[in-house]
Design a protein around this ligand. Sequence first.
Ligand code: CMP
Length: 142
Amino acid sequence: MATEKTFSIIKPNAVKDNNIGNILAIFEKNGLRIAAARFTTLSKEKAEGFYIEHKDRPFFGELVEFMTSAPVLLLCLEGESAVTKNREIMGATNPADAAEGTIRKLYAASVGENAVHGSDSAASAERELSYFFEKNEISDRF
Ligand code: CMP
């Protein structure tokens, strides 16, 4: 198994609920390292660009409004099979379907306010990381 990188966002509801530390602890306990982090509030343009593949979905406006409603923590996570591992740790998109102990089961409020985002493939991870981070902001020195 190879070490790889994935992209994650701790979303506004989890930030407002004071769960940043709890979520980072779950990543770390599961062998994922924080290779980059930025605490920021997304602009409407940045959020729309990030979710552009969903622009024709009925929930697009609501999604962008939510993602710009409060700060987020942007993360690069690194570890063995990081993309797959992060998706397991997060749980299903809809918290009603998420397994016990997953981040979304613990901290999501609804399918929209679902606490975290995580890349769904290695290709998405590369695209999403480069959308938010410069190469020199991501550590390679572990
Ligand atoms: P995320 O992994 O960030 O990628 C796309 C997001 O769209 C997803 O998490 C959800 O938060 C959101 N989403 C998906 N389906 C719905 C829905 N039916 N209503 C509102 N938001 C949704």
